[in-house]
Write a protein that binds this ligand. Structure first.
Ligand SMILES: O=c1ccn([C@H]2C[C@H](O)[C@@H](COP(=O)(O)OP(=O)(O)OP(=O)(O)O)O2)c(=O)[nH]1
Ligand SMILES: [Mg+2]
Length: 149
């Protein structure tokens, strides 16, 4: 299934590629850093990185900004609000919030693929408030109640 999504490349990202699926089965489209100069992120430091993109998601969809496993594994880079949520009515620039959880400074260059955008359907809830909930197999068991391995 695919849908059309309106996208604007902002002036500071006009020369960067649109996010794209790297393989036919990819769930996420990689987002590029629309930074003007290179950026150094020392260990434990955070940065909010521009993508140069604004989008208009159709109603009933959301965008999720997720980290890239390779950056996490090799450099300790994570999205610290993971997953970031892009609301369907958001028209501002998509930004990526990264933290360096590794031991070395990580350098980013303009155009680097810093995270990925996954588009998902959203199910809206209307609360049906009740006095008590019906029993279930799990009941109130949590946090390892089924055993740890
Ligand atoms: O990683 C992210 C997360 C959010 N946003 C944008 C799109 C989203 O629609 C908006 C608000 O995000 P969120 O709801 O997570 O933040 P909030 O702290 O609840 O702010 P608000 O009160 O504006 O909803 O910020 C991004 O660009 N990148
Ligand atoms: Mg919010």
């Amino acid at each position: 299934m695919s849908i059309f999504i309106r996208v604007v490349r902002l002036a500071h990202g006009a020369d960067l590629p649109l996010p794209a699926y790297k393989t036919s089965g990819s769930a996420g489209m990689d987002l590029h850093a629309a930074i003007l100069t290179s950026l150094s992120l020392p260990p434990t430091e955070r940065a909010v990185i521009a993508t140069g993109l604004s989008i208009a998601l159709p109603k009933g969809y959301e965008g999720q900004i997720r980290g890239r496993s390779g950056l996490a594994l090799h450099c300790g880079i994570a999205c610290y609000n993971a997953p970031g949520t892009i609301d369907s009515d958001y028209r501002g620039e998509i930004k990526v919030m990264l933290i360096n959880l590794g031991k070395k400074t990580v350098n980013f260059e303009r155009g680097d693929r810093i995270a990925q955008l996954v588009i998902s359907p959203v199910i809206k809830v209307a609360w049906e408030e009740v006095y008590a909930l019906e029993d279930s197999e799990r009941g109130t068991g949590s946090f390892g109640s089924t055993g740890l391995n």
